[in-house]
Ligand binder design. Structure first.
Ligand code: PEP
Ligand code: MG
Length: 747
């Protein structure tokens, strides 16, 4: 019996394929298909309902129901039996439809006379496209094998829908990939961008859902799975030793790749007439549907793994790699689940925007996106399944919103926003060469943060007076092996040349916490942000720091050099690091290399402890730079990477401002230059408050220099200081409200 059904369903699929190969299109084709299914299943009715919009299904073709109901009968998702199938993405199979829960009588179709109903969701990769329905007068329930055959047919239908085969004139079908979608994510780099989708890993297109010879398909599947297993084993043996997480993922891959159930289901699908790739995709579809419903994070992750594995298998089977021959649009917006910093750098500045399904604000990819000033939205759920290559897309990096295939009103509003931003840029360009002097005559030095050679041109375009923070770790992060001294020396030298005499503050390697080098054994630390990082690593294992210091001295080649140590928590750490610089200088002298004409050695103040260091520290250190990102997270004990708490405490909280004021005063007492180089320096409101607290040097992203300078030039910093002090006296927790009111009154 099972064998019979298999051959029946195969026969049905063959006929279906022949019908598709014929020269019909749109409605005619749909009609042919419903006729074919009804006769093959021995049922009076076969209908296809497709989504017209997100909540409405429309009868698009039928054999057996009244023809004039086609494109007239509609129902909401969840309404009637068809709507229930669509809503729950589950099969409904009943021999007594009129008594079934949710039955809705639709006189226009004449359906009350049919007692048996079998509705199958038409899905592709977990997304609902419509419902395939078979009905018969005879009171019978469709057998599991028949249901199975219908599911396979529904899948083939979905493939055809996806390929646009049904979209004939007049057919009011609207596949999900044609609808506009708004996705809310998290902002990781501000800015607005309009462009067209470029998928980092495009979906594999299955063009041959139905196969002639199951034997051939079985061999193809088996060979592909073997290749997959070998690949996974190789990855496992090549996994970074000690990286528990990576090995765990790969172990899961191996488990799936060897799973008998997975294989058996795919073999069954092939026996029923599907091609090997369609069988893989059917399994993937089921996993996706489960993924959408899984509430357990662990299970969801594992289903994600299965999804990845299916993609690999599909690539092996179809020979479609990342290269699908598609051409990158001129205005690409990159879409990916996640992406590494190296891959992102390869795309470079050509990208208009980036949208990631995962990622984190402090990830390396985000650091690179920020360095390249490309708007970035992360945590945009479902973006990789919703977007297709070439789709029109608008990315609002300020709000963390993505408009996919936006409709006209959104397009107009968004373009207005971009135009306004462009106008503002023109305004900023006009003050580029002017000083950031407040209305009461206080001048703030404006420097920029950098980390890549690609940042240096911004030194001129932004009007920055120097590089207040050069994050050297990016060069280490984007490689897969430790860079050589000569490579680094060349890079630093190019940076100094590009700076053309302006000061560049080179921060020594700041790794650990979220910045993990791919080629260094990861530390399994319970609390990495409070762990073995930055200068702690440098002092415990000084080899890399020594190499880096030497590279900096060689790059300076006699020019002035500024070096800064990150994450100094106590005086002795600065002293020890300082001693390393002296040692490096001595070594260079002995080797006969030119020594810098001047060398400034500073520290980042990123832990509250350093603010209370002995006076001698403040006297000794050449300069300090407040790393507000870290300092704030330790001051409030709120992880800067944790979405739940990272915005919980306002930078304009009086406790924090008072603390900063104290640091400024201590530095003033020893004449120690102090700057602020955390993200807050680039936020105009925060920046003027920092200036009001006495900070005279700010270092920020190049794109922020214009907006910050513009506001400083319109502000009376003395008056603002008074406003902040008064708010503090009144016991306000954050001075933001008072500051905003002050700005409104003074504009
Ligand atoms: C900071 O902590 O404020 C800082 C500038 O360093 P990073 O963001 O690289 O940790
Ligand atoms: Mg820091």
């Amino acid at each position: 019996m099972a064998q019979d059904t298999q051959s029946e369903s195969r026969k049905l699929l063959q006929r279906l394929r022949d019908a598709l190969a014929e020269d019909s299109a749109g409605q005619e084709r749909l009609d042919k298909i419903t006729h074919l299914i009804a006769t093959s299943m021995g049922a009076e009715v076969c209908s296809i309902y497709l989504f017209r919009d997100q909540d409405t299904l429309e009868l698009c073709a039928t054999e057996g129901l009244k023809k004039d109901a086609v494109h007239q009968t509609r129902m909401k998702v969840g309404e009637g039996l068809v709507g229930r199938v669509a809503k729950a993405s589950k099969v409904i199979n009943t021999d007594d439809a009129p008594s079934a829960k949710g039955f809705r009588y639709m006189p226009e179709t004449g359906e009350e006379i049919f007692s048996s109903f079998c509705g199958i969701p038409v899905q592709r990769l977990g997304e609902n496209l419509g419902v395939l329905v078979v009905q018969s007068k005879e009171r019978r329930s469709f057998s599991p094998d028949e249901v199975y055959a219908l599911e396979v047919v529904a899948m083939v239908l979905a493939e055809m829908t996806e390929l646009g085969a049904f979209v004939g004139e007049g057919a009011a079908m609207s596949a999900r990939h044609q609808q506009s979608v708004l996705l809310r994510g998290t902002s990781a780099q501000e800015g607005a961008a309009e462009g067209h989708v470029w998928l980092h890993e495009p979906r594999v297109v299955v063009t041959n859902p139905v196969a002639d010879d199951p034997e051939v398909e079985l061999v193809r599947l088996t060979e592909a799975v073997d290749e997959l297993r070998v690949g996974v084993d190789k990855m496992l043996s090549g996994a970074v030793r000690g990286d528990k997480e990576q090995s765990e993922v790969l172990e899961t891959y191996r488990m799936f790749a060897n799973s008998k159930g997975w294989m058996r289901r795919m073999e069954q699908d092939i026996a029923r007439g599907l091609s090997a790739e369609a069988a893989v995709e059917k399994e993937q579809s089921t996993a996706r549907a489960r993924m959408e419903q899984a509430t357990d994070a662990y299970l969801r992750e594992r289903l994600h793994d299965l999804d990845d594995l299916s993609n690999r298998l599909l690539r092996i089977l179809t020979g479609q790699g990342a290269e699908t021959g598609a051409e990158m649009p001129a205005d690409p917006i990159l879409i990916a689940r996640n992406i590494g910093p190296g891959e992102l750098l390869e795309y470079g500045r050509g990208l208009r925007g980036i949208v990631l399904e995962e990622g984190s604000v402090g990830s390396h990819a985000a650091i690179v996106a920020r360095a390249l000033a490309i708007p970035l939205v992360i945590h945009a759920d479902r973006i990789t399944t919703e977007a297709l290559n070439g789709d029109h897309i608008m990315v609002d990096g300020d709000q963390g919103i993505v408009h996919l295939r936006p409709d006209d009103t959104v397009v107009t509003a968004f373009r207005d926003k971009i135009a306004m931003a462009a106008k503002a840029q023109e305004r900023y360009a006009s003050i580029r060469d002017k000083a950031a002097t407040s209305t009461d005559g206080i001048t703030i030095e404006m420097h920029m943060n950098a980390g890549l050679m690609a940042d240096l041109p911004s030194l001129n375009s932004s009007g920055a007076e120097g590089v207040g923070l050069f994050r050297t770790e990016l060069q280490f992060l984007v490689r897969n092996k430790m860079p050589k001294r000569t490579e680094l020396a060349q890079l630093y030298s190019r940076v100094m040349e590009a700076a053309n005499g302006k000061r560049v503050v080179f921060r020594t390697l700041d790794i650990g916490s979220d910045k993990v080098l791919p080629y260094m054994a990861p530390q399994d630390e319970p609390n990495p942000a409070l762990g073995w990082r930055a200068v702690r690593v440098a002092l415990d294992k000084p080899g890399v720091m020594r190499m880096q210091l030497q590279a900096l001295l060689r790059a300076a080649n006699g020019r002035a050099l500024t070096v800064m140590f990150p994450f100094v928590a106590q005086y002795s750490e600065y002293r020890d690091a300082h001693a390393e610089v002296l040692k490096a200088l001595e070594r260079e002298r002995i080797l006969g290399h030119p020594l810098p004409e001047d060398i400034q050695i500073g520290a980042m103040l990123e832990t509250p402890s350093l603010a209370f260091a002995p006076q001698k520290f403040f006297e000794e250190v050449d300069f300090l730079s407040i790393g507000g990102n870290d300092l704030k997270q330790f001051f409030f004990a709120a992880d800067r990477e944790n979405e739940r708490v990272r915005r919980r405490y306002d930078t304009l909280n009086v406790s924090f401002l008072t603390f900063l004021e104290g640091i400024v005063n201590r530095c003033a007492s020893t004449n120690t230059p102090v700057s602020f180089c955390g993200e807050d320096a680039g936020r105009p409101i925060e920046a003027i408050c920092l200036a009001a607290m006495g900070l005279r040097i700010l270092s920020m992203r190049p794109a922020s220099i214009g907006p910050v300078k513009s506001l400083i030039r319109r502000t009376d910093l003395g008056a603002l200081r008074a406003v902040i002090h008064e708010a503090r006296e009144r016991g306000e927790q954050s001075v933001r409200h008072s500051v905003m009111e002050f700005l409104r009154n003074s504009s």
